[in-house]
Structures are given as structure tokens and as C-alpha cells.
Design a protein around this ligand. Structure first.
Ligand SMILES: C[S@@+](CC[C@H](N)C(=O)[O-])C[C@H]1O[C@@H](n2cnc3c(N)ncnc32)[C@H](O)[C@@H]1O
Length: 244
């Protein structure tokens, strides 16, 4: 079984399930991106998932699997619908939660390819996707995305970057080349518990990831082919439109 690296699965010791609240138990990192009362208010407004999605949210919490936060799930649904996305690529499947959120938001006939390097997660995601009835729409490609990305045909309407945070920059050029002109790159965790915007918040063992994420953000905000907006919800989301 493939081992998790700390940076890919950073909440093992945490009682929280959402990715902004990972790491140290005393960390009140959610407030480091969005004030807690604003976050709470937004969460109260969000529809509550039922059935399998709710079950996966509970599983993620109990087993410390980092999945997208609820407000990011709603953002993804809106993006998939407004982009009319029919071909989606996801980097980082975990238990298949965000893939199913996007599949649900897609028009029928749409397809999602999702890349995952952990054998354990691949097995769990397969089971969940089958249970959700999405096996015809979601294809999991096992293996390290740094390798599997090279073999994909391209032409994606939307790419969701949610694999190892320390490797976003390495995957970026390929991801951009796989995106259609007019397509959307969505990158999650880009403010990483507020550490990316404040040197004072950076935990020593997270320094490399934080520096790499800053380099990534500088690159996507200055890239000639992209128009990028940074949204401080969840753990920080960047939306990059690939110019036509
Ligand atoms: C944050 S989780 C993905 C969560 C998922 N998108 C969701 O919200 O339901 C990140 C996942 O990316 C996987 N991962 C990390 N680095 C990867 C890589 N280089 N190639 C493929 N998968 C990777 C990890 O094993 C982990 O399951």
C-alpha cells in the first residue's frame, strides 16, 4: 500500500476533517483566512448534504481524510455549471467526494478523470463512486499525477488541482497545456491555513510547502495565458481562466 506523506494527508492527528483546520490541534487556522463568524454564517446558509455525500463527510472527519470544505463544494458546483464543463480533470481523488460533487453538477454525458497515487484511496474512491452510481462518469487513474498527467489527451473544460500542495507548481505547465482555451483551472488550499500570506504563521515543518505555494501563486497570477482570481474561502481557492 502506498504510504501517505505528511504533506498529502496532514490531519492524521487532528480532530478536524476540513483541510483548513489541519495539523496542530490548538491551531485556530480557519480564522487566519476568514473571520470565524463570517465562516460560520456562510456554513449555516449552505444546504446540508444527505445520503452518500453526508456519509463521506462523516467518514472524512472520523478518518482524518482531507476533503474540500462545504463552501468550496458549493463553489465547485457553481463553476461546473456556469462553465458548462463536460470534460473535467481532477488531481487528487482521496475518497471521491469532490469528484462526485462535480459529477452531480455536470450535465449528463460529462466525464471526469481523477488522478490518485494512494492505493488505499483509489480502492475507497472506486467503491464510493460505484455506490453513488457514477462509475460511467468518473474514471480514476491510479498513480503519481506527476507521471500520469503526461499520458492524458487534454481538452479539459475544468481542471481541479487538489493533490499534494508541494507539487502544484511542478504540475502546472502540464495542467495548463491540458486545459482548453476558455477553460478554468481551480486550485485548492492556496492560502494554506493563512501561512501563505503571513510569515509569522508559518510552522517550521511547513516552510517548504508554503514557499512553493507562494511561487505557484506568483506564477499563476502573472502567467500570460491566465487570468487569476484568489478567493479567501475554505483554505483558499484560486480560479484561473485560460485565455482564448
Ligand atoms: C486533499 S486530498 C484530495 C481531496 C479530494 N479532492 C476531495 O476533496 O474529495 C489530496 C489527495 O491527493 C493525493 N495525492 C497527493 N499527491 C499526489 C500525486 N502526486 N499524484 C496523485 N495523487 C496525489 C493524496 O493521496 C490525497 O488523496
Amino acid at each position: 500500500m502506498t504510504e501517505f506523506k505528511k504533506e498529502d494527508h496532514p490531519i492524521e492527528e487532528s480532530k478536524f476533517h476540513n483541510k483548513a483546520a489541519v495539523g496542530e490541534a490548538e491551531d485556530t487556522s480557519e480564522e487566519k483566512i476568514l473571520q470565524q463568524h463570517v465562516k460560520d454564517y456562510i456554513e449555516e446558509l449552505l444546504p446540508v448534504h444527505q445520503g452518500l455525500l453526508k456519509e463521506l463527510e462523516n467518514y472524512a472527519e472520523t478518518h482524518s481524510v482531507p476533503i474540500i470544505q462545504r463552501e468550496v463544494a458549493e463553489l465547485l458546483k457553481v463553476l461546473v455549471k456556469t462553465a458548462g464543463a463536460e470534460k473535467i480533470l481532477e488531481i487528487g481523488t482521496a475518497i471521491g467526494y469532490s469528484a462526485m460533487i462535480m459529477a452531480e453538477a455536470m450535465e449528463s454525458g460529462g466525464k471526469i478523470v481523477t488522478l490518485e497515487r494512494s492505493e488505499k484511496m483509489v480502492a475507497l474512491a472506486k467503491k464510493n463512486i460505484q455506490r453513488g452510481g457514477y462509475s460511467d462518469r468518473i474514471q480514476i487513474i491510479p498513480g503519481d499525477a506527476l507521471e500520469t498527467l503526461h499520458f492524458l489527451p487534454g481538452g479539459y473544460d475544468l481542471i481541479f488541482m487538489d493533490g499534494g500542495k508541494g507539487h502544484y507548481r511542478e504540475m502546472l505547465d502540464l495542467a495548463i497545456s491540458l486545459l482548453k482555451p476558455g477553460g478554468l483551472l481551480v486550485s485548492d488550499n492556496i492560502l494554506y491555513k493563512g501561512m501563505v500570506s503571513s510569515e509569522e504563521l508559518v510552522k517550521r515543518r511547513k516552510r517548504t510547502i508554503v514557499h512553493r505555494m507562494r511561487a505557484y501563486l506568483e506564477y499563476i497570477t502573472r502567467h500570460k495565458e491566465l487570468t487569476t482570481s484568489i478567493i479567501p474561502i475554505g483554505d483558499g481557492v484560486a480560479l484561473s481562466y485560460k485565455k482564448r
